[in-house]
Design a protein around this ligand. Structure first.
Ligand code: NAP
Length: 465
């Protein structure tokens, strides 16, 4: 979104502006950064058991209030309500994961004995700026804050301008979970205010989940200041289907994997690469599945496909589809904005996009799928890897040797065999190539914003217990 984006709740299902917020001025930003710096001094040396109690309580609150929080997500960014409630519950699982595992994961690692022995410990870095997207407005934030705060950092959230109420709700949940004043704060600011924060010496590091453009900009601004970053950027995940696959299951999953979150997920399957011997059968089933989706008000529990988050996203998706078709891709379904109030786009399927067309090279952030035909497994892997992105990938096959090749050869941070790509607190998550760098979740996510410190002892000193 542009720097001029208003900070406001605008219901994407109706276009109605529900509530607007004034961006914090320089004095308020300064107050909050100063509070974060002060809070870090105390929080870093707060016993781990206290930090663990806070993250555990945060998980309990997320679970207990998931219906209310889900409704807020649906209002601000149009996610179907059932999925929104599930998102709040998933956040609770991440909190529980770190509450249950932090003590073991952060325990000092002893190496050697006597003179020259050592230990490896993880110490927090300081205030971390988190720039977050609207598409999973709670999950993206919690998967940063649960490990980062448990490790002893403090957080400053600059959320997307279209989800201010979600941003404020997360701050409020953290306060009620028992995080001390200043340990987690929301900054209601536009993206233009981010660079100055990265120049501020009190900010130790930054994490961004968002578009490739934002990644380049934040990566450059942080790099200038030699600050550590984690960048979770876009993706154009491959979903490969081989002849031995359970085809009905693959087709059913393909429809869900493309349209999850109204098609606006970084790890949504976006490029369907199908072996030529089953391409027709897959395509017919997939188009039928996309056509059958129930489109409607995201607040209705029966809705499977709601609006995109903003009219700008609809315009951008429509440009990508029409440009690809004009350049020779086949349009099999949809390809139009829906003639109704709100930011709706028809479930769309295109096939055989020419090299270099938007459907072949760009991330399509909405319910538009692209089908490619592959001659054999080598061709399928070649097409899958012919992308500037490398976030996730899925492959469907019942052949062990093929499954192993996909696992090893697909260029992605995560590969699923016979399933759709999804994140899970127990497993590290992140990308390669233009999908960014760094990892969230699991132990890797806990260590990202820490100083992995080696302490070696000699001269008769022994490591303390
Ligand atoms: P976006 O436009 O990049 O915005 C993400 C965040 O970055 C927002 O808070 C935005 O603020 C801010 N921002 C944008 N440009 C900036 C800049 N030049 N400097 C500083 N901050 C900037 O992305 P989005 O449209 O919200 O999210 C969709 C993208 O995120 C997709 O590409 C998707 O694949 C990716 N994503 C990746 C992951 C992952 O884990 N890899 C997960 C989810 C989403 P404003 O709202 O104020 O503009």
């Amino acid at each position: 979104m542009s720097t001029a984006t208003p900070i406001a709740t605008i219901n994407p299902a109706t276009g109605e502006t529900v509530r607007t917020f004034a961006a914090y001025d320089a004095a308020e930003i300064e107050r909050r950064v100063a509070r974060a710096a002060k809070a870090f001094v105390a929080w870093r040396s707060t016993p781990l058991a206290v930090r663990v109690a806070a993250v555990r309580k945060l998980g309990e609150l997320l679970d207990a209030e998931k219906e209310r929080l889900g409704a807020l997500m649906t209002l601000e960014m149009g996610k179907p309500i059932v999925a929104a409630v599930e998102e709040a519950a998933k956040c609770a699982t991440a909190c529980r994961y770190y509450a249950d595992n932090a003590a073991e994961l952060l325990a000092p690692r002893r190496i050697g004995e006597g003179d020259g022995a050592g230990e490896v410990i993880h110490q927090p870095l300081g205030p971390v700026l988190a720039v977050m997207p609207w598409n999973f407005p709670f999950w993206q934030v919690v998967r940063f804050l649960a490990p980062a705060l448990t490790a002893g950092n403090v957080g400053l959230l600059k959320h997307s301008s279209n989800v201010p109420q979600c941003a404020l709700a997360i701050e409020d949940l953290c306060t009620r979970a028992g995080y001390p004043d200043g340990v987690f704060q929301t900054l209601l600011i536009g993206s233009a205010a981010v660079a100055a924060l990265l120049d501020d010496e009190r900010i130790a590091a930054a994490t961004l989940t968002g578009s490739e453009g934002a990644g380049r900009s934040i990566g450059a601004a942080a790099g200038k200041n030699l600050k550590k970053t984690v960048l979770e950027l876009g993706g154009s995940d491959a979903f490969v289907v081989m002849p031995s696959a359970d085809l009905p299951k693959a087709i059913k999953t393909a429809v869900i994997a493309r349209t999850i979150n109204n098609g606006q997920s970084c790890i949504a399957a976006k490029r369907f690469i199908v072996h030529q011997s089953i391409a027709e059968e897959f395509t017919n089933g997939f188009v039928a599945g996309m056509k059958a989706l129930r489109v409607g008000d995201p607040a209705d529990r029966e809705t499977q496909l709601g609006p995109l988050a903003t009219p700008t996203l609809v315009d951008e998706l429509h440009r990508q589809v029409t440009e690809s078709v004009a350049r020779g891709a086949k349009l099999l379904l949809g390809g139009t904005k829906l003639d109704r109030k709100g930011a709706f786009y028809a479930a769309t399927v295109i096939a055989d996009p020419p090299a270099g067309s938007p459907a072949a090279t760009e991330e399509l952030f909405g319910p538009a799928a692209v089908i490619f035909r592959a001659r054999d497994i080598d061709d399928a892997i070649r097409i899958a890897n012919d992308s500037s992105f490398g976030l996730g990938a899925a492959a469907w096959t019942r052949d062990d040797a093929e499954a192993r090749r996909f696992g090893l050869e697909l260029e992605a941070g995560t590969v699923f065999i016979n399933g759709m790509v999804a994140s899970d607190p127990r497993f590290p998550f992140g990308g390669i190539k233009n999908s960014g760098y760094g990892r969230e979740l699991s132990s890797e996510g806990l260590y990202e914003f820490t100083n992995t410190k080696t302490i070696r002892v000699g001269g008769g000193i022994t490591l303390s217990e």
